[in-house]
Each structure stands twice: as structure tokens, then as C-alpha cells.
Design a protein around this ligand. Sequence first.
Ligand SMILES: [Zn+2]
Length: 103
Amino acid sequence: MESERTMDDIIKRWQRATERADVEQVRVIEVGGEYRATSSSSPLHSYVLRSTDRGWACECIANREFMMPCKHLAALATVLGLDLIADMRIELPLDAAPVVQAA
Ligand SMILES: [Zn+2]
């Protein structure tokens, strides 16, 4: 895994995640008030998607361990109309942090 994380890199990862969600037909279903992502290419696995105070999170390794974009969150964004940068729990590069004005 690359150590350098740039905004370009994040956007490219979201593009790939969105393509994979489409190709693998990742579906988002709601079960008992909880969102889950299932993939038709791996029907035995489903991943819980939850809204946290840092944005939507997925329990797959990419997002849980590395705070990376994943195809499950990409699918959720499509279904709920969420913003891939603002609404997701991903680790952003430092230069993307909001600028705090000095008083
Ligand atoms: Zn995921």
C-alpha cells in the first residue's frame, strides 16, 4: 500500500471503487435499520455500513483498517446520494484539511 496519500489518489480510488461496485453489482440493502452491502461476485460476504461521527464507515478491511475508499461505500453513495469526500469516513491528505483562519 502506498504511503503517500494525495487528493488525486483519493479521487482515483473512489473512481475505481465506483467502477468495481458497478461491475460486481454491489447492492445496498437495509436490514433491521442497518445498511449492508452485498456483492453478487461474493454472495457469501456482506458488509455493515454505519454512520459514525466521522462519516459513513464500512467494516471491510480497506475502510476499517486503512480508512480507504471502498466499493461498498461507493455503492451506498449512489443509493443515498452521498458525497464521496465529505460524507465518508476516509483519511484525507493533510493538505485537504479545512484551513483554520488565525484570529
Ligand atoms: Zn467496504
